[in-house]
Design a protein around this ligand. Structure first.
Ligand code: PLP
Length: 396
């Protein structure tokens, strides 16, 4: 039998680090590019020229959000491709250097690339984090060597929201003559940035984390950075990323960037207020609960919390029955019962690590939604602990 399609599957959506709702204005800007504005931006005729100009407008809008010149932006299929292109493109351009520095808590877009490089014979340093998910900057400085080809350190962690001091780290890499890449997929639109004033050479971003469409992103490449293409084909994106442009999505990304720039101040403060209200109330209402990650250097929309002796998956299922969407780790690793590599790297205790939930808010999150979660969530944990043999052994 055919399953009915739920048009509004989530009433309370607190999984915005996995993906975000597309702004209606973004969709509206995209739609003509599926019908009358169908030209190929590379064509010589007017049908293509009109589209090419709009594509360049989107590039300018994205540049304004991150403080980059339009010619420093290369459109890609998203964060994962940008990460691969940055790291592999830089390595390709300096084959004599065989050392890479990254961290243990990167998204798989970087981490899997780094592991693949290690398997191919590159020397990869994976920097550790402390209990708060912070890097040790002395260890970072000590890791850089004359044969270091590239550093790749995320701006903000997708699971905990912890923000790394990438501007300071990039300045040090520059002193040593090492190109610096940052995966800023979770940071763009949530943290003000002006890349022209930093020493960051390469930055990955993705539209679907900022209320744009899925399958489109960009790589910022500072002028003068040596990077070889990893795909070969036509002349698009100055030959750095060939293939006919995904025009509707590029237009959507441009509009999403404009809207993110407008929301970056007051809206993010409002979102942080809601996140703090949720976190404080849950800490007060539920014993043996902790927040994972440095609460002073964090994205405004994210909290990662652990509830001792309960299974994160069981919590998610109960929440799902109430139409509350959240996550127990990154979307890419849910579906496996392995505890998150980020929380493991932070040394979150065994009794806590399995009971972790990530709540990630957005500009669409309301007081009412947070109130709904606060009304129901403590009861979910109470019920699950009542049937947990570990909880009974420890505290009953
Ligand atoms: N990097 C980070 C930090 C992410 O959170 C994600 C997505 O979750 C990605 C990269 C991958 O981006 P995309 O889904 O556009 O490939």
């Amino acid at each position: 039998m055919k399953q009915p399609i739920l048009l509004e599957p989530c009433f309370v959506y607190l999984d915005n680090n996995a993906t975000t709702r597309v702004h209606p204005e973004v969709l509206e800007a995209m739609l003509p590019h599926f019908s009358k504005l169908f030209g190929n931006p590379s064509s010589m005729h007017t049908c293509g020229g009109v589209v090419a100009r709009q594509t360049e407008g989107a590039r300018e809008a994205l540049g304004a959000l991150i403080g980059a010149a339009p010619d420093e932006i290369i459109f890609t299929s998203g964060g994962t491709e940008s990460d691969n292109m940055a790291i592999r493109g830089v390595l390709e351009s300096s084959p004599e250097k065989r050392h890479v520095v990254t961290t243990r808590v990167e998204h798989p877009g970087v981490l899997s690339t780094a592991k693949w490089l290690a398997a191919k014979g590159y020397d990869v340093t994976f920097l550790d984090v402390d209990n708060g998910g912070n890097l040790n900057l002395d260890a970072y400085r000590a890791a850089l060597r004359p044969d270091t080809a590239v550093v790749s350190v995320m701006w903000a962690n997708n699971e905990t929201g912890v923000v790394f001091p990438v501007e300071e780290m990039a300045a040090y890499a520059h002193e040593k003559g090492v190109p610096f890449h940052t995966d800023a997929v979770q940071a763009v639109g949530k943290i003000p940035m002006d890349l022209g004033k930093t020493a960051i050479d390469l930055l990955s971003l993705s539209a679907h984390k900022l209320h744009g469409p899925k399958g489109i992103g960009a790589l910022y490449v500072r002028r003068g950075t040596r990077i070889a293409p990893i795909l070969f084909g036509g002349h698009q994106e100055h030959g750095k990323r060939p293939g006919t442009e995904n025009v509707p999505s590029i237009i959507g990304l441009g509009r999403a960037a404009e809207m993110a720039l407008a929301a970056i101040g007051d809206e993010n403060t409002r979102v942080a207020g809601l996140r703090d209200r949720l976190e404080k109330a849950l800490l007060e209402a539920i014993p043996r609960t902790q927040v994972n990650g440095n609460r002073d250097a964090r994205l405004p929309n994210t909290t990662n919390m652990s509830f001792e002796f309960v299974e994160g998956e069981a919590i998610l299922l109960r929440m799902n029955e109430l139409r509350i969407a959240a996550s127990s780790g990154s979307a890419c690793t849910s579906g496996s019962l392995e505890p998150s590599h980020v929380l493991r790297a932070m040394g979150v205790p065994f009794t806590m690590i399995h009971g972790s939930v990530r709540f990630s808010l957005s500009v669409y999150t309301t007081e009412k939604e947070i109130g709904f979660v606060l009304e129901h969530f403590p009861g979910i944990i109470k019920q699950l602990r009542a049937i947990s043999p570990f909880w009974k052994d420890a505290y009953a």
